[in-house]
Design a protein around this ligand. Sequence first.
Ligand SMILES: [Zn+2]
Length: 441
Amino acid sequence: MGIIAIPEGLQTKLCVLGDNVLKDVPENVKKLWPGKTAVIIADENTWKAAGEKVSQLLKDAGVPQDEPYIFPIEPALHADYCYIPKLREIVKGKAPIAVGSGTINDLTKLSSTEAECDGYLCVATAASVDGYTSYGAAMVVNGFKKTVPCAAPLAIIADNAVVSSAPFEMTASGYADLAAKIPGGADWLIADALGEHPIDERAWGMVQANLKEWLSDPQSLKEGKSKPLADLFQGLAATGFSMQYYHDSRPASGAEHLCSHAWEMYDLKKDGVNPSHGFKVALGTLIITALMTETFKISAADIRRLTENRPGKTNAEREAQIAGFLKGTQFYEDTLKIALSKNLEGDKLAARRQLIYEKWDIMRDRVMKQLIPFNELRARFELLGCPVNPADIGTDLAGCKRAATVAGMIRKRYTCLDMLYELDYLDTMLDTVFSKGYFQL
Ligand SMILES: [Zn+2]
């Protein structure tokens, strides 16, 4: 492992993963930000994990640096816009160095974009998220969570010793976030088959070509071996590059991420704490894998027979359903707009169903080839300590059904949830999934 190849034309110019690569930070700061003063953004944990060392290396190499900005551990740091104005002043005109993973990276990413810095350098401290290398930052703005567009890091440096000493839960989270690209890819295959969202071969290949290989050895990952950790980091980085290239998160996320977003809308907590992104996505990945598996057990002839006379929802009925889930919340208006914009009625619905029946066998072949079988995936998650049952992330049967239903309303992105909704069969299939022993309820 060493320099990870980056496709041309992306904002990120350098991505290094390897042994003893922190020492490369000063020369890259000099090269990428000639004459600039560096400033490290970290929290107390990441400062200890790598920040302090980076600061010393900069000093030894004669790179001027400001006082580091170190967030305290308590209260827990969230990617909230309220921190940005101050950070913007701190990084303005400087070479910002984010030492951390999700939140620190997102805060530095957005503040350095707003301060019009020439990008920033990320010293990764965990293989926990695919957001390192993507453009855009997940941020709470005035209480609303959104993805705020901003530039990806100019360079990422991940030292094996640092990444491998992160709490294992973070690595397990990253594994689940990478495994989510399996059902996420299946959703894209469905959207492609139905003419809703054609596959982009390059974006697809960047994530999918080696995905199963990157995920193949959870046992060694658990044992702390370096190859599977490098594979995981590379997979997460490649996913971010694919999003940079494609300017959309489609290559990285499908219905399993939408379930996670829905849980976030309801502020899901386990023992008073929000589960990590990867852990919510883990359960979403299992639910959607089970849902696709049960769905495509049905033959093309049977799905037609079972669904062609089902009424579907009129716009008024859909509106009433959404009101039942979300009225009175900050998400209601946006969700209503999006869900109604994709609600089909009358002839349009009939034509869509016809297409679904015609493409059923093709979709089944593609999807079942794409998926990792449910039991295999669950065993891998269990091995790594990822959630495998609703209670593991603080939810239950009702919470899962609600999340999967709301997940189909909140984004334009076409997934298996839309297909089943259009067949007026989503409720039935969710009941099937949750009555068949996939999960302990
Ligand atoms: Zn994710």
